[in-house]
Design a protein around this ligand. Structure first.
Ligand code: ARG
Length: 460
């Protein structure tokens, strides 16, 4: 039996393998809302310009609405023989309303149809993810306010560098996620500029359609200006995936930190039972699986981006079936970034920092050595390079004795630099160190509190 939608010139139907490799219904049925929305707009336009009758348009509208109800209720029979969501819906429409259903595809092709449906789907995903990113930022800001004074070690090279605060660290992620949100919305604006509907197969149509009308009905800024570009381009999906991949990468850095912080050797934070898992053999275990999965999922999201870039690379204009491979990666990336953002927000709100451990670690590893060097510059007018050298010698001395810088006596310090006086001890504590860093964007608790207030303003 030949295909009901395009079988006219065929004597036989597709072989089993042809059907199996060709069908996309297994994954594109999730675009059914977008497909019906696009068809409603197309039919209304066809009637408006007089290509189909008002009665046909009314029948199509009622039929599509009934189909939406069927799908929602799980009563719709998806058929692989009908390849994709577009032909499934159209065939069912004709089954329900007869003749009028067969007129819906006038001045339209599946090429502009799928380009339109997919854009609508990605646009919704962008809105949902941008909102989730905002929620994540809100979580960072809440914790930053709460922990503006909570000391923690700041690292470079994962080695003790300078003391910072848990709040400042949280706000670093707020900044990253804010840019991710902006990137997503920038991509959305570009996606939304051009509606492909009406580009038809690739060259437009001889029917007097009104593409401005359908573009507006579907919420686009206007119709795509070149029909070949409209059906053949997928950079809107690439940009979406790039935004997803960058965000997932940011989340994976925090995830890695949570994995480290919850390790008992660090002991920096604790996740509650609800966000921790156990081991089937080792009874003592508390594993941060959610964080590990957020870290891992960044890999597959980036994989989706690379996958799509590679599918489209070298593809001659315009549509080729290769482009059907654009969807699964996008769906997968959206789904997994949704999970990652939700899990991250949950972990951020859940984790309980151990202030004692964090303060201890904040002071370890001679983390206030820079403060000592700065003091030598300020108080003794040493050139910074000399101050660095003197401090380095004091660090070596303290290390040899197995003590902190603040445990060195004034006499010991004076061996390195005779003019050092006891004012130096005022700058050697982690809390003095963070309090002093009031430069714009610096880690001082008052900065963090002010910045958290700004964030709340921005998010309201
Ligand atoms: N399922 C197809 C896709 O996702 C729809 C477009 C098919 N167009 C065609 N000329 N065969 O790309």
């Amino acid at each position: 039996q030949t295909n009901t939608q395009w079988g006219g010139r065929f004597a036989a139907g597709p072989s089993a393998i042809m059907q199996a490799i060709n069908a996309s219904i297994g994954f594109d049925s999730r675009m059914w809302r977008q497909d019906i929305r696009g068809s409603l707009a197309h039919a209304a336009m066809l009637a408006h310009v007089g290509i189909i009758s008002r009665d046909d348009e009314a029948a199509i509208r009622a039929g599509l609405q009934a189909i939406a109800t069927e799908i929602e209720a799980g009563r719709f029979q998806w058929s692989e023989a009908l390849e994709d969501v577009h032909m499934n819906v159209e065939a069912r429409l004709t089954e329900r309303i007869g003749e009028a259903g067969k007129r819906l595809h006038t001045a339209r092709s599946r090429n502009d149809q799928v380009a339109t449906d997919f854009r609508l789907w990605v646009r919704d995903a962008m809105d949902g993810l941008a909102a989730q990113m905002e929620d994540c930022i809100r979580a960072f800001v809440e914790r930053a306010e709460e922990h503006a004074d909570t000391l923690m070690p700041g690292y470079t090279h994962l080695q003790p560098a300078q003391p910072t605060t848990f709040g400042h660290h949280m706000l670093a992620y707020a900044e990253m996620l804010w840019r991710d949100r902006g990137r997503m919305l920038d991509a959305r604006a570009r996606l939304n500029a051009d509606c492909p509907l009406g580009a038809a197969a690739l060259c437009g149509t001889g029917f007097p359609i009104d593409r401005h009308m359908t573009a507006q009905a579907l919420g686009f800024d206007g119709p795509a200006r070149n029909s070949l570009d409209a059906v053949g381009s997928r950079d809107f999906a690439m940009e979406f995936l790039a935004s997803c991949a960058i965000c997932a990468t940011h989340l994976s850095r925090l995830a890695e930190e949570i994995v480290l912080w919850t390790n008992p050797s660090f002991g920096f934070v604790k996740l509650s039972d609800g966000l921790t898992t156990g081991s089937s053999i080792m009874p003592q275990k508390r594993n941060p699986d959610a964080a590990e999965l957020v870290r891992g999922k960044a890999g597959r999201v980036t994989g989706a981006l690379v996958g799509l870039l590679t599918v489209v690379k070298g593809l001659a204009l315009t549509y080729a079936k290769d482009l059907q491979e654009d969807k699964e990666g996008v769906f997968d990336a959206a789904e997994n970034l949704t999970l990652s953002l939700a899990a991250t927000a949950a972990m951020v709100r859940d984790m309980r920092p151990n202030a004692t451990r964090l303060a201890e670690a904040a002071g370890a590893g001679f983390s206030t050595a820079t403060d000592l060097a700065d003091w030598l510059v300020r108080e003794l007018k040493l050139p910074f390079r000399d101050a660095h050298h003197v401090t380095g010698r004091l660090v070596a001395q303290a290390e040899a004795r197995g003590v902190d810088l603040s445990a060195l006596s004034l006499e010991e310090m004076r061996e390195a630099e005779p003019r050092i006086h006891d004012g130096v001890f005022g700058v050697l504590s982690p809390s003095a160190s963070v309090a002093s860093r009031r430069s714009f964007g610096g880690t001082a608790p008052e900065n963090v509190r002010a910045m958290a207030a700004e964030w709340k303003e921005r998010l309201s």
